[in-house]
Design a protein around this ligand. Structure first.
Ligand code: ZN
Length: 453
């Protein structure tokens, strides 16, 4: 006989229980030794010490003894489809020269090439523990990446790219048409894949979009309730262009247009004066901080301490793999720690726990996806298991220090997104052959280069 109590137990039994773990919940939560986390469907059911979490009836039990369980990394600014095809193509130049050469290849993109590039980028992120990302589409064709996301189902906000100035002038007509018909795209894709996939609007930058385009993006975002994702104050060349064209700073120009609100994620922001920081704080704009890319392209360094003191939400991001050549939040955390200690002259600035928050909960908030980035009941079941029992991490006196300064992407063993195990013990559970993806992607990339340069 099945009693009501038994039925209730079956109904609330977890699908997955991860046991014997050292849990880093993030979002300010304290580390839990000998912890257990349970997942039900796409949601976290319970997190706590083993004695406090019921695992009865769990369909799958993962023993994480000696390992770290934490939220998947969130990459709050990147360009997967386009930038995978441009990685390592051009080194040792500044931003504008780099963008011009990249454009020659972008003019020759085709859907099949973008599909293999997207697939390769998604697999690279998955294998480095990134479970959620903020795509800024500067490849302009979106459907190949949406197709790839059905093969590698990460959580994503896909910002359709728009531009109409400079080297990007040729996509002006396409951009205006896409903006005029954006409600069709929303109906087709927004909140699809069990709400994993969101759509956003991504005007490229203050040097590549005119005033009318920024105003129109703001109107469409307000009308459709979508987020915005743009590049802002990225380097000295942008600062000079905006000063000469509009007589002000990029932040103050966009503020004048009524563009800046809490739904905007602004990537880079390396060139902010005190007034700019005050405006970003007042308008609740979020910053995607890409320290590796900014240093490599000589774009400057975000004034992170001032920005944090002003109360601005900041997350870490890799930018596209063309600009600093990998999709790996371990590298961003380590480099952020080092460059900000150096720039501030203060070795106590930016502790390891803060760097971990920037790469998880901070980045989730910075892309307005706070349903992820933290392990607590009710949040999305986006979880990674990291093995620190390696020669390059030993001995582990301090888990946060090991994760930030010693661990590597390959130390991520298991990745769960939306409650589904996508990688277990570094084996992809996706029904796709990684060797084939590498080979098809490489062939497509070489063909693209050969017909473009
Ligand atoms: Zn970017």
């Amino acid at each position: 006989m099945i009693t009501d109590q038994m039925q209730q137990q079956v109904a609330s039994a977890p699908d997955i229980a991860i046991v014997n773990a050292t849990i880093l919940p993030m979002g300010g939560g304290a580390m839990i030794e000998q912890g257990t986390i349970t997942l039900s469907g796409d949601t976290i059911l319970a997190v706590g010490p083993a004695a406090a979490v019921d695992v009865a009836g769990a369909k799958k039990v993962i023993d994480a003894r000696g390992r770290i369980v934490m939220p998947g990394f969130v990459n709050c600014h990147t360009h997967i489809a386009s930038n995978m095809l441009l990685r390592g193509l051009l080194e040792d130049v500044q931003l504008f020269e780099w963008l011009q050469t990249m454009w020659k290849l972008k003019c020759n993109f085709d859907p099949e090439t973008l599909y293999w590039a997207s697939l390769a980028g998604l697999i690279e992120m998955l294998k480095s523990g990134i479970t959620c990302f903020n795509e800024h589409f500067d490849a302009y064709a979106v459907s190949p990446q949406i197709r790839a996301l059905s093969d590698v189902p990460l959580r994503a906000t896909l910002g359709y790219g728009f531009a109409d100035r400079g080297v990007y002038a040729s996509i002006g007509d396409w951009s205006w048409t896409a903006l005029d018909t954006f409600s069709d795209k929303v109906a087709a894709h927004h909140q699809s894949g069990n709400d994993r996939i969101h759509l956003g609007l991504s005007p490229h930058a203050p040097y590549s979009c005119g005033e009318d385009m920024f105003r129109n993006v703001r109107e469409v975002a307000d009308a459709l309730g979508l987020v915005i994702h743009t590049h802002l104050a990225e380097g000295p060349q942008e600062l000079k262009y905006v000063a000469e064209t509009y007589g002000t700073t990029p932040v103050q120009w966009l503020h004048r247009l009524g563009f800046l609100k809490g739904d905007v994620t602004a990537a880079h922001c390396t060139q902010l004066n005190d007034d700019d920081i005050r405006i970003l704080a007042e308008t609740d704009v979020k910053i995607a901080h890409c320290p590796c890319c900014n240093a490599k392209l000589n774009s400057g360094t975000l004034r992170l301490r001032c920005v944090c003191e002003a109360g601005i939400t900041v997350g870490l991001a890799t930018d596209g793999p063309a600009s600093h050549n990998s999709l790996d939040q371990f590298q961003e955390m380590k480099f952020a720690g080092m460059i900000h200690k150096d720039k501030t002259g203060d070795v106590e600035f930016l502790k390891t726990a803060e760097l971990l928050e920037l790469a998880t909960s901070g980045a989730a908030k910075a892309m307005n996806r706070s349903e992820t980035g933290v392990l607590e009941p009710g949040k999305k079941a986006d979880v990674i298991i990291v093995d620190l029992d390696t020669i390059h991490c030993a001995p582990v006196y301090d888990v946060s220090a090991a994760l930030v300064y010693s661990a590597r992407a390959d130390d991520v063993k298991t990745v769960i997104v939306d409650g589904r195990v996508l990688m277990e013990e570094r084996e992809l559970l996706l029904g796709i052959d990684e060797a084939e993806v590498r080979s098809r992607f490489r062939e497509a990339a070489y063909r693209l280069r050969d017909r473009s340069l």
